[in-house]
Structures are given as C-alpha cells and as structure tokens.
Write a protein that binds this ligand. Structure first.
Ligand SMILES: NC(=O)c1ccc[n+]([C@@H]2O[C@H](COP(=O)([O-])OP(=O)(O)OC[C@H]3O[C@@H](n4cnc5c(N)ncnc54)[C@H](OP(=O)(O)O)[C@@H]3O)[C@@H](O)[C@H]2O)c1
Length: 376
C-alpha cells in the first residue's frame, strides 16, 4: 500500500524504513553492516520503498549503509534524509547536502528534511539553500520535522515556492500530542505526516499496564503487538509510519501490518484505554536526569544543545505552545506527587527559563493507567 507525498501526485510506501541506532563508524563491524544492508534490501523487496535516514545517525554511518543498500535499486526507492539544525544556514546546508549525497552514493535526494528547528538561524537562509538544491536537481521535495503548527505555518509562509511535502512527528499509542496540533494542520495544508517512533522505540511492547490489551488484540488478529501498533497509526488516512527494524523477522512483521485492519470496536477500545490525559505539573515537581541540573547551567548551555534552552524560552515568550512532555510518576500522591522527565530536556529547561520552576507545564504520564480506572 502506498500513500501520497503531499500534493505532488507522487507516492511512497505507507511504511517507511527507519535507520536510527546504526551506531557510529567507530563501532562498525563489517558483519553487522552487511546484515543491516541486507535487511534494508529485504524491506525494499517487501514493498517498503521509503527509506528515512539522517546525517545525524551514527555520524553519517547510517547514510553510508543506506547508500550501499540502494546501489542498483536507486530508482525503486523514495530516499529521504535529514540535515542537522545547526547546518540550516545557507553555506552549511549546501555543504551538508553534498556530504549526504556522497555518503548515499546518489546525485539526488527525493526528500530532504530539516531534522528539528534551530531558531537562532534565520529560516530564510534555510529556504534559500533548499531553493538552490531543488533548482540544481539535487533535491526533489522538502520536508520539515518536530515543529508545532505555529512553527509550520511560519515556515510554510517563508517557503511557499518550495516543494514542501511532509512533516516528521512523533506519534504512537503512548504519545498522541500530534492529534491535536500537527496532524490536523498537515491535513489542512496538504502535507504528509511521517509518523516516527510508531513502536514507541520498542518500549511500548515490553512493559506497562496496557500491554495486556495489546497482547489480547494481537492474539485476536493472529498478529504481533508491533503490528497492532503500526496498524493503529495507519488507521489515519494519509499518515506514513516510519519504523526501524534491524532483523528480517521484525521487517517481515512490519510489512505485514500494512494489510491489517482493526475493527471499529477495537479502535474505540484502544481510543478509550490510550486516551492521553494532559496534566499541568510544576517543573519543580519533575526530576530531570539529563545534561543540566540547574536553570543556570541550561542558560549557559555549555553542552551546545540545539536548540539552546534559551532559544526555546524565547519562542515560548513569543506565545508559542509547548508539546506535552512525557513523565513517569514517582513517589507521593496528589499535589505532593513527584515525576521523572522521560524525554524533552531542552523543552523542559526552555519552559523553566521562560516561566520559572513554579508555573505548571503541559505533560502526560506515560505508563499511567489513564482510561483504565487507575489513578495517575
Ligand atoms: N525526525 C525525528 O526527529 C525522528 C526521531 C526519531 C525517529 N525518526 C525516524 O523514525 C524511525 C523509527 O523511529 P524509532 O527508531 O525512534 O523507533 P521505532 O520504530 O518506534 O522503534 C524501533 C525499535 O522497535 C524494534 N522493532 C522494530 N520492529 C519490531 C517488531 N516487529 N517487533 C518488535 N520490535 C520491533 C526495533 O528493534 P530492532 O532494531 O532490534 O529490530 C527497535 O528497537 C527512525 O529510525 C528514524 O528514521 C525520526
């Protein structure tokens, strides 16, 4: 099954093959590389012709493996890569594109995407470089990623003459923030959402109180939990699911999810049990075990996180909204309850710098019993 790429009239497979966790060059083993290449080629044979990679993954190692995997098959593949936000200035983006093309052993990318925004670099520069790459035939279509609808609208206005076709967004049963913002925006704007971490990076399948429900459905449909999770994302027309698999078995399963249709009653049950209740939690009640321990450290950003927490704070101060952050419930109850931040450290510190430690931020509890009668 294929799905349209924006309003281009072109199509890509409904499931795209992801390429994260390839590992850096320093850890590369030729045996593991050969296996990765063979698995990607096997995925193409099964019809998953969209391959998503990035200069970030393995410091270029992932692009190199993809380049070797598609050799001799280039015209059968919809090849998507991403540039690092710090490369989104004019000259750095042109250089990053050349380096990606070299590693990918091709002279054009079907889709070239901004990995996530870098508010410090004027988007006009990014647009000018992409314009040049499209005019030179090095890029067919352009994609964005990890933006709110407000950021997408701003970007789209500046890039109105570019062939902008897609947006990468995290979307799975456990992380549904996209449903109230990015997915409706994409529908309206004619952009294709490329949903990533559809299997919750593998985490949703091994633990958690809602595991039984998924296992029950898997047994009913004689399939696997992973296939239920992919089919659930694909229930939304127009959405493409990116899934990363390192083995033939996982690849076979994932390709099999294309044909799986969940019945309305089961979709309704999933809807009820995986409803995402948005909480508002003061940052001072959230433990962050990340790079920074204090707001001052985050402000100085000596680790050079991109975007810088200060840049996120500036966006929030301008009225941009924050996507709800995933938390794990820790000790205590009620107003005393403490949480651990599971992801989104930069956004957390951006909020703290803009609003302080006492102003509640939007969040949700990842493994809570929301919708199943339990307390969060
Ligand atoms: N734009 C962005 O910011 C962004 C962010 C994250 C991801 N992405 C893209 O989206 C792709 C997918 O997302 P992701 O890698 O975060 O996570 P994911 O696809 O949700 O999860 C990958 C994990 O699931 C496991 N898995 C795959 N198929 C399975 C199956 N049938 N049964 C059981 N486990 C299975 C994989 O194991 P094995 O590897 O052992 O098979 C791996 O551990 C990425 O590779 C990347 O291309 C983009």
């Amino acid at each position: 099954m294929e799905r349209p790429l924006g309003r281009t009239g072109a199509f890509a497979s409904a499931i795209g093959q992801g390429t994260t966790k390839t590992g850096p060059w320093s850890d590369a083993s030729s045996e593991r590389d050969r296996e990765r290449i063979a698995v990607l080629q096997y995925g193409i044979e099964l019809g998953m012709n969209l391959i998503d990679t990035a200069e970030l993954y393995g410091g270029g190692h992932a692009e190199d493996l993809v380049g070797r995997a598609i050799a001799g098959r280039r015209d059968r593949v919809v090849l998507a890569s991403k540039f690092n936000p710090e490369h989104s200035g004019y000259a750095t983006l042109l250089a990053a594109a050349e380096a990606s093309l070299r590693r990918l052993r091709t002279d054009y990318l079907d889709l070239y995407q901004l990995h996530w925004p870098e508010p410090r670099i004027p988007f006009e520069e990014t647009v000018a470089a992409l314009d040049r790459l499209v005019a030179d035939g090095k890029v067919r279509w352009v994609g964005l990623g990890n933006m709110t609808s407000v950021q997408l609208e701003h970007a789209r206005r500046l890039a109105s003459h570019l062939p902008l076709v897609s947006v990468q967004v995290e979307y799975n049963l456990f992380q549904r923030a996209a449903e109230s913002d990015v997915l409706p925006y994409c529908e309206e704007a004619g952009l294709t959402p490329l949903a990533y971490s559809v299997l919750d990076r593998g985490a949703g399948m091994v633990a958690g109180p809602r595991r039984d429900l998924l296992a029950g459905l898997a047994s009913k449909y004689e399939c696997t939990v992973a296939q239920i999770m992919v089919a659930w994302v694909l229930r939304r027309p127009g959405v493409i699911a990116l899934v990363k698999a390192a083995s033939r078995q996982h690849t076979t399963e994932n390709a099999g999810a294309i044909a799986l249709r969940l019945e309305d009653a089961d979709l309704a049950h999933l809807e009820q049990c995986f409803a995402q209740r948005i909480l508002h939690v003061a940052p001072e009640r959230i433990d962050v075990r990340g790079v920074y321990r204090t707001a001052d450290e985050a402000r100085q950003n000596v680790q050079d996180l991109v975007p810088a927490p200060v840049a996120v704070a500036e966006c929030l101060a301008r009225g941009e909204s924050l996507k709800p952050l995933p938390l794990a419930a820790m000790s205590g109850s009620g107003e005393e309850r403490r949480y651990a931040l599971l992801d989104g450290e930069v956004l957390y510190w951006g909020w703290v710098l803009a609003r302080g430690l006492g102003d509640p931020m939007p969040a949700f509890v990842r493994d809570g019993d929301v919708g199943m009668g339990g307390a969060v």
